[in-house]
Design a binder for this molecule. Sequence first.
Ligand code: TYD
Length: 207
Amino acid sequence: MKLDRGYLIALEGVDGTGKSTQCALLADYLESAGYPVVRLREPTQGVWGQKIRKILTDGRGGVTPEEELQYFINDRKEDVKQNIAPALEQGKIVLIDRYYYSTAAYQGALGFDPEQIINDNEVFAPRPDLLLIIEVSLDESFRRIEEGRDEISSFEKRDYLEKVRAIFDTFTGKHIRRIDSTPPKDEVQALLQQEVNALLGLKEESS
Ligand code: TYD
């Protein structure tokens, strides 16, 4: 299946919404429909991503909020240059699990201005054609986190995630869709597929 151009689709949401599972299912769906898909995830496995993962497992330690924010920005700059921009130029669908809206929400919850973070990122990071914000209550997301893992990362504290979630709720834009992830995962997946089909279908018609 050939596309008229590359498409960038980002999945976002607080921890424990089922976002990563949905992202994997969506990639399978698009691949089996014959589309060229590149699946990415931030934080990446790169140098900066590894520094970030250390904070997640060991706690923030001596890392200041400013440094943490900078790590995420550096990680993304590399990702855009090495992965996102080349794949979009090659006319692929880039499916990314977390993007700069996570920085706005999570580092915004540390006290930075979310809008400023978005503006700073949009200087170098392409805006997604579709932003799927996956939502579930915080009670449910904690239930899922605890069910799925032995360890809870240093970011997964209730009062912190309340703030993160409140910032996700403020994002507006024509490219944003909010998807309720309370129903069984196949139902949620069907809704995501509808959104993606609409994006690809609409663009095919207008080209
Ligand atoms: P996550 O997708 O949850 O990775 P994993 O499934 O391996 O735990 O992302 C890790 C954490 O990083 C998550 O709690 C959100 C946080 N994060 C930020 O704080 N800022 C960002 O810019 C990004 C991309 C993630």
